[in-house]
Design a protein around this ligand. Structure first.
Ligand code: PLP
Length: 373
C-alpha cells in the first residue's frame, strides 16, 4: 500500500515545544497564563485592526459566545450560510434559536447577498427580524464583504464572521477575521494553523472581550467567593495548547504560501483537463487556499475520482454538505438558489496540507490525469 496522503494534516513549525516546556518549567498548566496572553497578542498583531482577542477551547465555543454576546435566545432566528461545516450552525441551536439557511453564489461559493436580502425580507414579513447573520469564508475564500455587509447595515443585523478556515486570507488588504461585529477563528487539527484544538473570538472592544473571558471562565463575579449571577462556560484555552499556537504563529505566513503553492501546482497540472474547473480569486480577493477544491463535470466523476484516489490511499472529500440538506436541520427555513446543491454534487477537496511533499503532489496529479485517460 502506498503511504497515506491526508486532506490536511497538522504541520508543526519547530518552536511549539519550546513554549510548552516553558509552561511546564513555570508550572503554568492552567486555562490561563503567559502563553494564552502571548498567543492573543500574536493574533492581535497579525490581524492589526484594533481588535481584541479571547483565546478559547474551540471555534465552536467562540461562535457560541458570539451569539450570547449578541443576546440570541430562545425563539430568535439567526441567518447562517448553508454551505458550511455544521459547527457554524450548531451554536444557534445551543441558544434555543432557529437557524435560517441562505444559499451561496458562484464567485466565492459563500453566502449569496441576493438570497440573504430575500431571506431577511421574508422573515420580517413573517414577523421576526433575524438577530444575527453568520457568514463564512469557505475554504479560505473571503465572502462578498461589501455586498453582505451592505445588507447587514441596511437591516441593522450584526454579522458574526466565521473565519475558522480563513486565517491569513484578506479582501482589499483587510484581513479575514476582522470584518464582523464579532469574528471567530479555529485552530482545530486540520486548520491552517493548529493548537490540536482551540479557537478565538475577535471582538471590537475591550469590554466585550472581558465579557467573553468572564463567560468562558465560569462567570465568577468574585473570584474568591465564587458568586454567580450568570450561567458560565468552561471555554478558555489552556496555557499548554496556547504554547502550540505561539509556535504556529511563527509559521502562519509560510503555511499560507505553501497552501497557495499547492493550489497553483494543481492548476498548472490539471487545468487542461476539460472535466475539471477551479475557483479563481476574483479581483481584490486573497485566499489562504486552506483547501484546494475542484469542480468536476458530473457527480459520477466526483465520486469516481474520490474512490480512485482512495484506492491509492489518498484522502479527498466532497465539499461540505449544505446545512439545508442535513437531517438534523430538515425543518429549518431555507432560501435556496441551487448553487450549494450543485457544488456539493460536483465538488471535491484535494489534499492541501502545508506539509505535502513534491512527491505527494506529483503522485496525486498523475493519478488524476490517469483517471481521465
Ligand atoms: C472548523 C470550523 C468550525 C469549528 O471550529 P472548531 O475549532 O473545530 O470548533 C466552525 N466553522 C467552520 C467553517 C469550520 O471549518
Amino acid at each position: 500500500m502506498n503511504s497515506k496522503i491526508w486532506l490536511s494534516s497538522p504541520h508543526m513549525g519547530g518552536h511549539e515545544l519550546d513554549f510548552i516546556h516553558e509552561a511546564f518549567s513555570t508550572n503554568w498548566i492552567a486555562p490561563l497564563g503567559p502563553n494564552v496572553s502571548g498567543f492573543e497578542d500574536d493574533l492581535k498583531h497579525f490581524l492589526k485592526d484594533n481588535k481584541e482577542i479571547a483565546a478559547l477551547s474551540s471555534g465552536t465555543a467562540a461562535l457560541h459566545l458570539a451569539l450570547i454576546l449578541l443576546d440570541v435566545g430562545p425563539g430568535d432566528e439567526v441567518i447562517c450560510q448553508s454551505k458550511t461545516f455544521s459547527a457554524s450552525a450548531n451554536p444557534i441551536v445551543y441558544q434555543g434559536a432557529t437557524p435560517v439557511f441562505v444559499d451561496s453564489e458562484r464567485d466565492t461559493w459563500n453566502m449569496c447577498p441576493i438570497e440573504l436580502e430575500r431571506a431577511i425580507k421574508d422573515r420580517i414579513s413573517k414577523g421576526k427580524t433575524p438577530k444575527a447573520i453568520i457568514a463564512v469564508h469557505l475554504y479560505g475564500m473571503p465572502y462578498k464583504k461589501e455586498e453582505i455587509h451592505a445588507v447587514s447595515k441596511q437591516y441593522n443585523i450584526p454579522i458574526v464572521e466565521d473565519s475558522a478556515e480563513a486565517l491569513g486570507s484578506h479582501y482589499k488588504n483587510q484581513k479575514c477575521g476582522t470584518f464582523g461585529e464579532l469574528s471567530i477563528l479555529s485552530f482545530n487539527g486540520n486548520k491552517i494553523i493548529t493548537t490540536s484544538g482551540g479557537g478565538a473570538l475577535v471582538t471590537s472592544n475591550k469590554t466585550q472581550k472581558e465579557k467573553a473571558v468572564f463567560l468562558a471562565t465560569q462567570a465568577k463575579d468574585k473570584d474568591v467567593a465564587y458568586v454567580h449571577s450568570h450561567i458560565g462556560y468552561n471555554y478558555r484555552m489552556s496555557n499548554i495548547v496556547a504554547g502550540i499556537g505561539r509556535g504556529q504563529m511563527m509559521v502562519l505566513e509560510d503555511h499560507v504560501n505553501k497552501r497557495r503553492a499547492n493550489y497553483d501546482y494543481y492548476v498548472s497540472k490539471l487545468s487542461h483537463i476539460k472535466h475539471i474547473t477551479f475557483l479563481a480569486e476574483p479581483k481584490d480577493y486573497y485566499s489562504n487556499r486552506w483547501l484546494t477544491c475542484i469542480l468536476l463535470d458530473s457527480n459520477k466523476n466526483q465520486e469516481g475520482l474520490r474512490v480512485f484516489l482512495e484506492e491509492d490511499n489518498i484522502e479527498t472529500r466532497p465539499l461540505w454538505k449544505p446545512m439545508h440538506q442535513q437531517p438534523v436541520f430538515k425543518d429549518a427555513p431555507s432560501y435556496l438558489n441551487g448553487v450549494s446543491d450543485d457544488l456539493f454534487q460536483r465538488g471535491l477537496c484535494l489534499p492541501s496540507g502545508s506539509n505535502l511533499t513534491t512527491e505527494d503532489l506529483e503522485r496525486i496529479v498523475s493519478l488524476i490525469i490517469n483517471y481521465f485517460e
